[in-house]
Ligand binder design. Sequence first.
Ligand code: AAL
Length: 422
Amino acid sequence: MKNITITLAVLLVLVSCQEPTKKETATETTTEDQGSFPFVLPDEKPNRKMSAAMERIYTDYESPEPQNNELFSQFKYTELKGFDYNGHDGTITRRDPSKILLHDGKYYVWYTYRNTSTPPRGADMSNDTIPSSDWDLSEIWYATSKDGFTWEEQGVAIKRPEKPLVGWRSVTTTDILEWKGKYYLYYQGFMEASGKRGDDCPVAVSYADSPEGPWTAYNKVVIPNGGKGEWDQYSIHDPYPLVHNGKIYIYYKSDFGEVPDKVRMQGLAIADDPLGPFTKHPLNPVITSGHETSLFPFRKGVAALVYKDGPEHNTIQYAEDWVNFEIASITELMPYAAAPHVPDAFTNTKDGRGITWGLAHFISLGGKDQFHSKLVRFDCDLSLDLDDPEMKNHRVNHKPDVYYSQGLSSKQKERLQSENLE
Ligand code: AAL
């Protein structure tokens, strides 16, 4: 027994003194002998030990340089013609546009339209005629265009129904689905003035045989709020339908948690029929950031414009399985409530081609007392069928007054004064 122990001990000593394994040697030798990183950035991932940041631009993004990344783009904006805002006194708002639908040679867009005697006055001051918020006491209106720049307002598509039907207080933030030759408008159906408790609402739907209407309200909630204590128990916002795997995929936002730690994330609900039932995905929330998040089929998967809120805002994200999103690029000056023209939104494609333009909105116009929003056009190159180098610049140079407009608050100035040497 004693001899075996001694033999084992000797073997252990020999093994521990062995030369390091090939891999360890390679790593140490590679680090020492690999030389410095080359002057010209390799297109493909070089065979060398790299920092996490260098690894990432080859593993996480389509290309190590934004200009060669099909899911990177800048965004350019153009004022629209054809919409009147009452001199921007806050009594008229147009916001939260739908995807752009091309039908019989015309573009169609639907949007939240508010036309009230006063601008929004907050929940406490609101009543049957005074709106609590910019999207309170609203209807769904629509407009058409031949070029996407000049629009002709056609009027109301979805009116507020009679109380107590879903949406009697306000119908807002709509989006369009074309399915088997019929048209469906999904929208937020408010049952009380936004702001009374929060921005609480479920999603309702109306349908028509033509984009021109007439629209028939389904008068039932199709995407209900979550149960008590669930992340989406209060709000189901920004319904955004696409067709995938022969089903209707509706992505939506919920805002949850208590102020000031409110969180906004995106969920997914799937149905075989436009009128439901919709099943919420068990992995919800599926996107951790964003607000009125727009998506479009891209190659086999789906891409998302994730802006405004959350830890991953100002990113364009991609999910090959339409559920598990990764950051595809980082960008800036993203369109608010982007409503792209998505030619293959409803074609059940496995080869999504991407987007080049759409509408969006500017909010908070007119300040606190004349608060309203307006529609705007954006252009970009997130398309496999366009190559516009000007959309792939990765630097937007702002003029000084853009920075000065983000000035210190009086509280911050007081703090700085108190910190200054007396
Ligand atoms: C928008 C959207 C939803 C919210 C409100 C109007 O940005 O997220 O529609 O309810 O704000």
